[in-house]
Design a protein around this ligand. Structure first.
Ligand code: C5P
Length: 222
């Protein structure tokens, strides 16, 4: 069976990473969470006290920044310069600052190259915002996952509770809307559905329903 490229894009908290990981497992494909890459460099720049819109400095920083993933059944571990940052990159301060760094063209140029390298042999499920449009425009399967803001905020509330993070639902809704607005309105590769992507509204679907639907699409394309 040919090992294809699967691109999964969509707005914040639409369940992309949960679903992408399970789909990758189904086919023994590699899973790559590109949001974790943008989050990791945001964390590093914040720790260094950089101004997040200082493109020259941030791009310079990327030259000696290593981001790697360790696959793990439950949760994929993320390493920044050899140090685990899996939980740190999900903190509220990183989440609410990442769109700023992600709008810098030099940053996108660098990370997109890394992502294309990771996907070059196929057998990959990659999730993000611009995978179907920019990173893997020739991906055999492109999925665009959406869900209502209310549903996405409720899912995030549940996730947060497990991590002992407590932010009220209304604030989560506002943060999700703000991030979607920034990601959809930036100049370089904004969040947009690729013309040839299949849109799936997950608002009233279970995780396994979504995984099964995408798996079916992959089988029909493989
Ligand atoms: O997917 P996740 O919510 O972890 O992504 C965090 C942020 O990283 C997004 O809000 C967006 O600003 C940025 N991002 C991006 N392009 C991608 C993946 C993520 O700009 N391919």
């Amino acid at each position: 069976l040919k090992k294809i490229q699967v691109a999964i894009d969509g707005p914040a908290s639409a369940g992309k990473s949960t679903v992408a990981k399970l789909v990758a497992n189904n086919f023994s494909y590699v899973y790559c969470d590109t949001g974790a890459m943008y989050r990791s460099i945001t964390l590093k720049a914040m720790r260094l006290g950089y101004n997040l819109s200082d493109e020259i400095r941030v791009v310079e920083m990327l030259k000696d920044t290593d981001i790697s993933f360790e696959p793990n059944a439950e949760q994929q571990k993320v390493f920044l310069d050899g140090q685990e940052v899996t939980n740190e990159i999900r903190q509220e301060d990183v989440t609410n600052s990442v769109s700023e760094i992600a709008s810098l063209s030099g940053v996108r140029f660098d990370l997109v190259k890394r992502q294309q390298q990771i996907a070059s042999n196929g057998g990959i499920v990659m999730d993000g915002r611009d995978i179907g449009t920019t990173v893997l425009p020739n991906a055999e399967v492109k999925i665009f996952l959406i869900a209502s803001v209310q549903e996405r905020a409720e899912r995030r509330l549940k996730d947060n509770a497990e991590k002992n993070i407590h932010v009220p639902l209304d604030q989560l809704k506002k943060e999700i809307e703000d991030r979607d607005y920034k990601d959809s309105h930036r100049q370089i590769s904004p969040l947009v559905k690729a013309d040839d992507a299949i849109e799936i509204d997950t608002t009233s679907m279970s995780i396994s329903d979504v995984v099964n639907e995408i798996s079916k699409i992959i089988k029909n394309n493989g």
